[in-house]
Design a protein around this ligand. Structure first.
Ligand code: NAI
Ligand code: MG
Length: 496
């Protein structure tokens, strides 16, 4: 880690404050204040507020959508794809130039460790770079019909797109939707999560500096109900990209349905790591631990279930439990192994699951309680937890806890592994750990998930499509699939 980053992080950790943040909305190329109240932005590592931001509502959403609508019609849809690509390329370069500052802001706002925040910023830059290169490679097809009839398709930008962002990966999730939307020629109204609004506002400045015309990218901050709901219900929004809970995703889809607005929904999961007796145990332990304790378990694609063959269960879970107990918790800016959870509300939700498990006498192999930063006694922390020998019907197996909490299920055969792994309402990702490539391929085929990890977890880049089956969502982001989501295909049939 660069010494610049470390000294900035130390400075911010000591003072508890950071310069350069905005408490305004960004609409039509300007940071603007509106008369409404402010909301507090909290540092999850201490539980104390460190900044304020604007509580936007229907009026600001109206203004932002109007700006995006005008910018789409008059400016952005007329900018040639190669030029759109150049602006995105410049955006990637600026993110990299400002990476230390963005990293510290993201860590402070979300609670995530400095190393993870650094990874997120690099990921956001890479996302803009990828779609910069893709902007002028969006092509249509031509079709053989008959000698005097030419049929061809043209991918056209959808128009104004709404981006409702979650708090677990604030900048990375924003980039995942915004970069392809801009590449396709769409304009944007982004509504960051009320827990983590800061890097979206910083992105507004960066995109402007990169040369993005006014009105193409707008940010309205505020709560889901006050700002998110009117955005989802807006008749001039052509596409909504939403990442968050199933419950809210359903509300967004209902609002969209009234206007026949297209949606991409990414709604989390309860993803199984299927570990077979013939796996490379050390590799599997590393990956399973990483899959559930990274970002304190607040990851849509976390490996929150371990589905393991009985013959290695005891040894594996013993070793994994020791690993969990050794993880250092602390304020994200000190770059520990595991940071706090994102909000007091999320802490309460996870605590509810832990207390319920205790009351029911669930076998606890590691952790099992909420805690605080060992250095300060502050903040919203959860011990890395393992609950063992769970039945498929257990709520710890079925429900997304969204914390560092692993549910273990024991299986006796490959068929049972498939049945157990698929037995939830979710289907985002699934992992397979085995040295037998025939078994790996069979599982990859049989597991009902949008993305399968074999002998690794998370290690696929922006190039690869990502999204969920069943209640995990609708549509795919990332890769060229992610770009096509922001296009409507026009077919032309021409007789000559
Ligand atoms: P949420 O789904 O309510 O929030 C996500 C985003 O939606 C935020 O920007 C929020 O302001 C916005 N929103 C909320 N209500 C809205 C509405 N009616 N219309 C439009 N936008 C709205 O998630 P929340 O309450 O913050 O977290 C609850 C649970 O959701 C977590 O415990 C976790 O299980 C899950 N979650 C999953 C994520 C994922 O990556 N799939 C990310 C965040 C949360
Ligand atoms: Mg915050």
């Amino acid at each position: 880690m660069s010494s610049n980053l470390e000294s900035l992080a130390r400075q911010v950790a000591e003072s508890g404050r950071i310069e350069g943040l905005s408490d305004k909305h960004f609409i039509d190329g300007r940071f603007i204040a509106r008369g409404n109240e402010s909301l507090e932005c909290y540092d999850p590592g201490t539980g104390k507020p460190f900044a304020q931001f604007a509580a936007g509502g229907k009026a600001e959403i109206e203004e932002a959508v109007e700006a995006a609508k005008v910018a789409f019609a008059k400016v952005w849809s007329k900018v040639v794809p190669a030029e759109r690509g150049r602006i995105l390329q410049k955006t990637a370069a600026l993110i990299r130039e400002k990476a230390d500052y963005l990293t510290v802001v993201e860590s402070l706002d979300s609670g995530k460790t400095l190393s993870e925040a650094k990874g997120d910023i690099a990921n956001a830059a890479r996302t803009f770079e990828y779609y910069a290169g893709a902007a002028d490679k969006l092509q249509g097809d031509s079709f053989p019909i008959s000698g005097d009839l030419l049929a061809y398709t043209v991918p056209e930008p959808m128009g104004v797109t709404a981006h409702i962002i979650p708090w677990n990966y604030p900048l990375a999730m924003l980039a995942r939707g915004v970069a392809p939307a801009l590449a396709a020629g769409c304009t944007i109204v982004a509504k960051p999560a009320e827990q983590t609004p800061m890097t979206a506002l910083l992105m507004a400045g960066i995109l402007q500096e990169a040369g993005l015309p006014d009105g193409v990218f707008n940010v309205v901050t505020g709560t889901g109900e006050e700002a998110g709901a009117p955005l989802a219900a807006h008749k001039d929004v052509a596409h909504i990209t939403f990442t968050g809970s199933v419950e809210t995703g359903g509300k967004v889809m209902q609002a969209a349905a009234r206007n026949i607005t297209q949606v991409t929904l990414e709604l989390g999961g309860k993803s199984p790591a299927v570990v077979l007796a013939d796996c490379d145990m050390e590799n599997a332990i590393n990956n399973v631990a990483g899959s559930i304790y990274k970002n304190a378990g607040q990851i849509c694609s976390a490996g929150s279930r371990l589905v393991i063959e009985r013959s290695i269960h005891d040894e594996f879970v013993d070793k994994l439990s020791r690993r969990a107990a050794q993880l250092r918790l602390g304020h994200g800016l000190r770059d520990p192994d595991v940071g706090p959870v994102n909000s007091q509300e999320q802490l309460g939700k996870v605590k509810g699951y832990l207390e319920d498990a205790k009351a029911r006498g669930v076998e606890t192999r590691a952790g099992g309680a909420v805690t605080a930063d060992p250095e300060t006694g502050l903040g919203w922390f959860v011990e890395p937890t393992i609950f063992d020998n769970l039945d498929s019907k257990d709520r710890l197996v079925q429900e997304e806890v969204f914390g560092p909490v692993l549910a273990v299920q024991v299986i006796d055969s490959l068929d049972e592994a498939i049945e157990v792994a698929n037995d939830t309402e979710y289907g985002l990702v699934a992992g397979v750990f085995t040295k037998d490539s025939a078994k790996a391929r069979r599982l990859a085929g049989a597991l009902d998930a949008g993305q399968i990890f074999v002998n690794q977890w998370f290690s696929v880049g922006i190039e690869v499509p990502f999204g969920g089956n069943k209640k995990s969502g609708i549509g795919r982001e990332k890769g060229m699939e992610g770009l096509r989501a922001y296009c409507k295909i026009k077919a032309v049939g021409e007789r000559f």
